[in-house]
Design a protein around this ligand. Structure first.
Ligand code: RNT
Ligand code: ZN
Length: 421
């Protein structure tokens, strides 16, 4: 197989060279793009707050009961390390606050501190995997009525303000520890199921909560904050408090970055188109690469048009350095290692296809109003041998090639499922 991969790559290299594309340079570039791999695919967003942690108290949904999920931090790290060994390049880890090491003690969300993430920071240093972070505003009794940072109940609201302050403190410690900024993402599910009367009231409360949270200043060398927008959720169909306009306004005014999740807009609205618009006004952007199927279902990312279009706009924008690419999917019906690996690799494949595009040539057609030239090139690119470049990339970076992924993921579950049941 190895020889065949080399031979196909040689032919592919020649074909891309005809379009002025240097595949070696493209692979170097691809290798330098870190994905922030989300920890929560490993255990269906359960976390380690109690031995039987599972989603409850609202805010997030996952379906399925596939065996072998990580039940503790050691298992999660074991699975993550396996996943990283199957994904080419050097990547980050995106943690949620519910994944602290609480040693069997009840540590509520307003009590967490850097000490509960010391183990993760040590692991991060040892493995050279920088950390990103998220507050957890769901699966908690104080989130059960659908409101957290925008709650009209002052004790609930201040509880979540305290949580977020602690989350930022932990993020700053992570950033300091790893010598590069930890991206802290804030997503709250707050919203109304049915038509509300006081949108202004609750949005003003969300703004006040954020203002209060951000009175605590940290160096941007240690933590950068993102705010994740959303159109609707299950149980918040009529109105999401942290909407797109709300956070666009808030982040622009206060120098934070918005976070766009592929599943958080109207079903036909594509976040790819928002990249150029947003980055003319904000310095940076966080993305959650996901796959909504009819709603914000967080299916595993596959190489589809939406992800490809997103990757093309990331690359074409010329602002790759300002775009943080996070993954956000969780499917509890299939091999979780496979889900992680395929989701991450599909995102990378889209980036590879985008990097293999002769963009200047296509822009030239466009400027000359040669729209058929542009269309013909887009179509030609679709049947070019990008898979040969991808396999060669994987092989040369010592990770399984595409044909090997399935058996590696299957063998792994054969080993861990019996140990964990
Ligand atoms: C939910 C948001 C959010 C979560 C994670 C677990 O709609 O996309 O990003 O998926 O924080
Ligand atoms: Zn998300």
């Amino acid at each position: 197989m190895s020889d065949r991969i080399n031979r196909s790559y040689e032919l592919a290299r020649e074909q891309y060279a005809e379009l002025g594309i240097d595949t070696e340079a493209v692979m170097k570039k691809l290798e330098s793009i870190p994905l922030s791999i989300h920890c929560w695919q490993g255990d269906d967003v359960s976390g380690f707050e109690s031995p039987d942690s599972k989603l409850s108290g609202g805010g997030i949904q996952v379906t399925g009961n596939y065996p072998g999920k990580a039940g503790n931090v050691d298992q999660l790290r074991q699975d993550l390390e396996k996943a990283y060994s199957m994904i080419p390049g050097n990547h980050r880890l995106n943690l949620h606050a519910i994944y602290g090491e609480f040693d069997g003690k009840k540590v509520d969300r307003d009590e967490i501190g850097p000490e509960h993430f010391k183990g993760w920071m040590e692991w991060s240093t040892q493995k050279n995997i920088p950390l990103d972070f998220n507050g957890s505003f769901f699966s908690h009794p104080k989130a059960a009525d659908g409101f957290t940072l925008s709650s009209k109940n002052e004790s609930i609201r201040s509880f979540w303000i305290e949580h977020t302050k602690r989350v930022r403190k932990i993020s700053a410690e992570m950033g300091k520890n790893q010598g590069n900024p930890c991206i802290n993402n804030i997503w709250v599910a707050d919203g109304f199921k049915d038509i509300p009367a006081d949108r202004m009231g609750v949005r003003a409360l969300l703004k006040d909560s954020l203002d209060e949270i951000f009175t605590e200043k940290y160096s941007k060398e240690h933590v950068k904050d993102a705010l994740e927008t959303k159109l609707f959720g299950i149980g918040s169909e009529a109105c999401v408090i942290g909407s797109h306009e709300f956070y666009m306004g808030y982040t622009l005014k206060n120098g934070h970055m918005p976070c766009f999740d592929l599943g958080h807009f109207h079903p036909t609205e594509l976040i790819a188109d928002k990249i150029s618009s947003t980055l003319l006004f904000t310095d940076e952007l966080l993305l959650h690469v996901s796959r909504p199927v009819r709603w914000d279902s967080d299916h595993v990312v596959v190489l589809n048009d939406d992800v490809l279009f997103l990757a093309q706009e990331i690359i074409r924008s010329g602002r790759l350095e300002n775009i943080h690419i996070g993954l956000d999917f969780f499917d509890a019906t299939l091999n979780r290692l496979g889900a992680w690996t395929t989701g991450a690799r599909s995102t990378q494949k889209a980036l590879l296809m985008a990097l293999l595009e002769p963009t200047d040539m296509i822009i030239d057609f466009e400027e000359k109003e040669n729209y058929y030239g542009r269309m013909a090139m887009f179509e030609r690119l679709k049947s070019m041998p990008f898979g040969s470049v991808w396999d060669y990339f994987c092989k040369s970076r010592n990770v399984p090639v595409e044909a090997e992924i399935y058996s590696v993921a299957r063998d792994y579950e054969k080993k861990i499922i019996p140990e964990r049941s």
